[in-house]
Ligand binder design. Sequence first.
Ligand code: SF4
Length: 399
Amino acid sequence: MDTHAFKRSLHNSERYNRRGFGRAEEVAESLEQAYQSGLIGTIRENNYKLSHGRLNIRLAEAFGFCWGVERAVAMAYETRKHYPEERLWITNEIIHNPSVNDHLREMDVQFIPVEQGVKDFSGISNGDVVILPAFGATVQEMQLLNERGCHIVDTTCPWVSKVWNTVEKHKKQIVTSIIHGKVKHEETLATSSFAGTYLVVLDLEEAQIVADYILGKGDRADFMQRFAKACSVGFDPDKDLVRLGVANQTTMLKSETEEIGRLFERTMLRKYGPMELNDHFLAFNTICDATQERQDAMFSLVDEPLDLMVVIGGFNSSNTTHLQEIAITRGIRSFHIDTPDRIDVNTNTVEHMPLSEALRTDEKFLPLGPVNVGITSGASTPDRVVEEVIGKLMQLSEK
Ligand code: SF4
């Protein structure tokens, strides 16, 4: 399928909008009330520090809502204003943040139901308005909505669209896209829908398996079993790992994407030699600045003497989980929570999600005596949520 041509025709449709409705001023107050925080502004001005009795808070110097998310949320609010009566849907959580999604529900934005992992579009009819979230939608979903005569409001972050353009270029040049991402993440699903031949690798370890196979060190059956759900239909590792390009889910750790890129460059260099490298390897760094900034700020923060770290963001938010990983790697007692409600001030307990585990409740959350707490939040967490978490920490410190 010519996804590029489809996108071009969709962009020219009168039922498609990706620039908003010029109603920014009308929604500014609601957005400010729902998401912004005076306290966070003050902490920012105070060099990202706050002292409250025995409690010392250190905020990461970059955290929370990124440009792409702010844009997507504002567009969703504008859409409601622009279509006050129409049925309004969103194909997925607009971003991975429970409070933002709750606000949308209050505005009568309906989420497409999901049955056993499959979205059910049967309730959508001609004339309905459908918002595509910040991390995009698959080309098949766009086609379906277009054919059904819906108005599409596309809030896909331009950084994500840039990755789609990259895999489309790979497709045109008959290059296999190696996508660094999580197979089931909506952004990776969307990106792979625009790709031709592709293989998704989760991390450096999986990339190494692919590199070894290229150099003749793998077993075909094992390879196919491992990547069965992570590749394009008909993928053949003996034919499709000859010309490679790298792309990523924009919220993966940049350092890891870069390492994966270097690994494949070295691998193709070994296999084909320097004269032919350009025919076999196409590098492209598609990671967004926001993710990088949050990661860099986190690396600086964990150099501080911290007693504990609180990482705030949706549990299915990839970039938040990666921030948590950085704290864990440094051996810092770190808690990933999605809402302030996870902290119980009465019992000094916290319900949190340890890396790759189920929700767990820990006691003695805030230790006794002077305590240094580091705080950061993922790109989809509003300042207002961070403020509420700090408020709870303050209350605990007063006990
Ligand atoms: S994290 Fe990056 S890619 Fe994702 S919405 Fe924000 S700016 Fe866009």
